[in-house]
Design a protein around this ligand. Structure first.
Ligand code: GAR
Length: 202
């Protein structure tokens, strides 16, 4: 990773498949940041809300397709060409291929809308997570920000924050509370993680 990270500016790619509310908060947070720039949005879903957000902020978009991502070069050459030194998964629902896991080891974060290791794994995303939390009668849920390894929603946990699950919660009301936590904490955790990497911005 040294070729990516020994410059004065860390170039970050946000991978997102959905509405992109986290992507928006992250982009806003790093506007004008002296050491970190959101340089690319990577998206696998034509028409996803995150594409409009990238356009609003004039951030280049890399649209990816399954075959090349999973059975080709995983778009690693494109990421390298864009000088990407750090990857943030913000509502990205595909598993990350091993080529990217290896190239960005310790340089890739995911956010998950529950308190991992509970309610994570394949198929556990968005409202499915909140439905499962409510169905299990949990009194508490929250968010997990973690490094990414080869498994879904797995890797070293860097940060968790909790919120209450109230008796009349629906997946939608719980999702709103979880999104508030995500919007508050994700960007600062990204910043802290990047600035603590050896050799980055030092
Ligand atoms: C977020 O709540 C994020 O935690 C979740 O997708 C949502 C995306 O929302 N990610 C997962 O469930 C990953 N397993 P957004 O598009 O509004 O940022």
């Amino acid at each position: 990773m040294s070729t990516f990270t020994d410059t004065s500016l860390t170039r970050v790619a946000i991978f997102a498949s959905g509405a992109g509310s986290n992507a928006r908060k992250i982009i806003e947070y790093f506007q004008g940041h002296p050491q970190i720039i959101i340089a690319l949005v990577v998206c696998n879903k034509p028409g996803a809300g995150v594409l409009n957000i990238a356009a609003d902020f004039s951030i280049p978009v890399l649209t990816i397709e399954k075959e090349r991502f999973f059975r080709g070069d995983a778009y690693l050459p494109d990421l390298q060409k864009a000088g990407i030194g750090f990857i943030v998964l913000a509502g990205f629902l595909w598993k990350i291929p091993s080529a990217l896991i290896t190239a960005y080891s310790g340089h890739m974060l995911n956010i998950h809308p529950a308190l991992l290791p509970k309610y994570g794994g394949k198929g556990m995303y968005g409202n499915f997570v909140h439905e499962a939390v409510i169905a299990a009668g949990e009194k508490e849920s929250g968010i997990t920000i973690h490094l990414v390894d080869g498994e879904y929603d797995h890797g070293g946990t860097l940060f968790q924050a909790t919120c209450e699950v109230v008796p009349d919660d629906t997946p939608a009301t719980l999702a709103r509370r979880i999104h508030e936590l995500e919007h508050l904490h994700f960007a600062p955790v990204i910043e802290k993680t990047i600035l603590s990497l050896p050799g980055v911005n030092r």
